[in-house]
Design a protein around this ligand. Structure first.
Ligand SMILES: [Fe+2]
Length: 309
């Protein structure tokens, strides 16, 4: 009988903790222009979408824009412990021991650095919201976070073998990673070191993406790429520059996948000349957003969850 090793898996990309030189100005952006809602909590600005997660963004002060940590959700304490064992078995050294946390961060979890120094928190038991009705022009949740990578292979091995992500597609420039029915919750590049490429927020549908784009224009922030429909994931998109030139995306209609999904290779993901998406109605990304997508690093100490205990 063949031995099947069942691995523990994270089940969602819950939130990002962001640092800004002017967090109050960033708060005004994320509420007035991006249409997230304050979620309460102390010591930072917590912002929620219409989905259940208590918050999907936190804002703090930092000397320059920074990604403090990416927060992944585990089903329960036993899964947190199993994921911790997998992270240690993977050979990662900068790893906390799982401990009780205080709300709104969850009731149990730990932090660690991935092979390229990205800060990750794994949490369970967050007291989430019961009201989850869609609203026409508000994000539901994070859709995905796209990070550049100096060593994409090492990063992929970590997310696949230690955290349970599945590779759902590969193009010449990107690898798409899934941890639930969404085609991707993370995207890894092949160049650019461990910097942030962009943060994507899920809207209810295409109309909501367009309403969001209009509101961004009202706030003096034009579309930097889009509207369009991506290849891998088949999701619609518009990209913008958020506070302190943080690249952000509004997206909707993400492809849903199950065990029957077959990942395609770079050779299978090709476009007609001049095309970068299914619609082909706009030019590619602006130079401004391409540049901004290489400048935001992770903080040194964001792997520690001290202030959550
Ligand atoms: Fe994206």
């Amino acid at each position: 009988m063949s031995e099947v090793k069942v691995r523990a898996k994270v089940r969602a990309f819950r939130s990002v903790d962001l640092g800004f030189a002017d967090p109050d100005k960033a708060l005004r952006f994320f509420t007035a222009a991006w249409n997230l809602a304050p979620a309460g909590g102390g010591g930072a600005h917590y912002l929620r979408g219409t989905g259940a997660f208590h918050h999907i963004v936190t804002l703090r002060h930092a000397p320059q824009p920074a990604l403090i940590r990416m927060v992944l959700d585990a089903a329960d304490r036993a899964t947190v412990d199993a994921l911790h064992a997998q992270v240690l078995a993977h050979g990662l050294k900068t790893v906390e021991t799982p401990t009780p946390l205080r709300q709104p961060h969850g009731d149990y979890g730990f932090g660690f650095k991935d092979p390229e120094g990205r800060n990750i928190a794994i949490v369970s038991g967050v007291k989430d919201h019961a009201d989850t009705a869609d609203m026409a022009d508000r994000p539901r949740k994070l859709s995905h976070v796209n990070v550049n990578a100096g060593d994409s292979d090492a990063t992929l091995r970590c997310y696949r073998d230690a955290l349970g992500f599945t590779l759902t597609d590969t193009t010449r420039r990107l690898r798409f990673l899934s941890c639930n029915a969404d085609h991707h919750s993370m995207v890894l590049g092949f160049t650019g070191g461990p910097t942030l490429n962009h943060i994507a927020f899920e809207m209810p549908d295409l109309d909501s993406v367009m309403r969001g784009a209009g509101r961004m224009r009202d706030h003096g922030r034009p579309i930097e790429w889009g509207p369009g429909r991506h290849g891998p994931g088949n999701n619609v998109f518009c990209y913008f520059l958020g506070p302190e030139d943080t690249p952000v995306e509004l997206t909707a209609e993400m492809q849903q996948v199950d065990a029957t999904h077959r990942a395609k290779t770079p050779e299978q993901w090709t476009w007609l000349p001049g095309r970068l998406d299914h619609w082909g109605i706009t030019a590619g990304p602006s130079e401004r957003i391409e540049t901004a997508g290489l400048t935001i690093f992770f903080t040194d100490d964001g792997w520690r969850l001290d202030e959550w205990r």
